[in-house]
Design a protein around this ligand. Structure first.
Ligand code: 6CS
Length: 283
């Protein structure tokens, strides 16, 4: 009898799993259960301070991972494990199951909102350009770079600044893909690019550490929007995203959200003044 009981039990579990998968709801909920059992969430980052940073000893920090680590802890997921990725590879990596979430300052834009399930806003920032002291080519906007037929601009591959430069009319061959901040800084210092574009706080962080008097920051880039990121989840993991949002909203309300991001230079008020729906609808 016992044996039969065990078999019936196993069959019952299998049936529940099939039913759960077919109804969708429980399969959704199981993503959080899976992460809790795993003990960590795999996050994609870019290593672009102050958004995301990896120290020499491998310690992950930055405003985006710090918010994510705290929220996942509240959801019962012990920690985060970060992988560095180019911005353009983050969404494909998420969709391929290489990451559980992107927490990297991946700005919300309609085309990205169509591809992932964003949380509510976390980090907002304007765009900047790093140029040689005196701004010799007089850049104020991406259009200015387009108009100067000899000018080149560096930007992250698949990143917002690359898109903004191309959309402003800078030809593909004059938009140089730059893997990371240090490379962009060096290329500008060596005169291999005429401008390097990242969000304002990222450029300011680079300049602060470069200790080079021959640099100038153009901020904000005229005509470029202020963007906000959110944690980006795979389509289908909306239940996990919603659970994330519940904790994010509590932290925004209690002031704990501001306590995490504002020492990095970000404004909690900016993130709280807008919504995912507004940012995903923005033209
Ligand atoms: O979301 C993006 O594409 C941009 N976000 C940051 C934080 N840095 C550069 C990148 O292009």
């Amino acid at each position: 009898m016992k044996k039969l009981g065990v078999l019936a039990g196993v069959a019952g579990l299998a049936l529940a799993a099939v039913l759960a998968a077919s109804t969708g709801g429980s399969a959704d909920d199981s993503k959080l259960e899976q992460l809790k059992a795993q003990g960590f969430a795999r996050v994609a980052i870019a290593n672009e301070p102050p958004y995301t940073a990896v120290a020499a000893d491998g310690k992950v920090s930055g405003a985006a991972p710090d918010v994510a680590r705290e929220i996942f802890k509240r959801l019962g997921v012990g920690d985060i494990v970060a992988s560095i990725s180019e911005y353009g590879a983050m969404i494909p990596g998420l969709q391929a199951g290489r990451f559980d979430v992107v927490t990297a300052g991946l700005f919300m834009k309609p085309e990205r909102c169509a591809a992932v399930a964003y949380s509510e806003p976390v980090l907002c920032d304007a765009e900047a350009m790093l140029v040689k002291k005196g701004n010799p080519k007089g850049f104020k906007s991406y259009e200015d770079v387009a108009k100067d037929t000899s000018a080149t601009i560096g930007a992250p591959g698949g990143g917002t600044e690359e898109k903004l430069a191309l959309n402003a009319g800078v030809p593909r061959e004059r938009v140089i893909v730059v893997p990371d901040g240090q490379s962009g800084l060096k290329m500008l210092q060596d005169g291999r690019i005429d401008a390097y574009s990242l969000p304002v706080l990222s450029i300011n962080d680079l300049v602060k550490k470069a200790n080079d008097p021959n640099l100038e920051v153009i901020a904000p880039v005229q005509g470029a929007p202020v963007y906000c990121d959110g944690a980006a989840f795979k389509k289908g993991d909306e239940a996990l995203r919603d659970a994330y949002d519940v904790e994010l909203a509590k932290m925004k309300k209690s002031g704990e959200f501001a306590k995490i991001i504002e020492p990095y230079g970000f404004s909690a008020a900016a993130a709280m003044s807008t919504t995912r729906d507004k940012l995903c609808a923005a033209k």
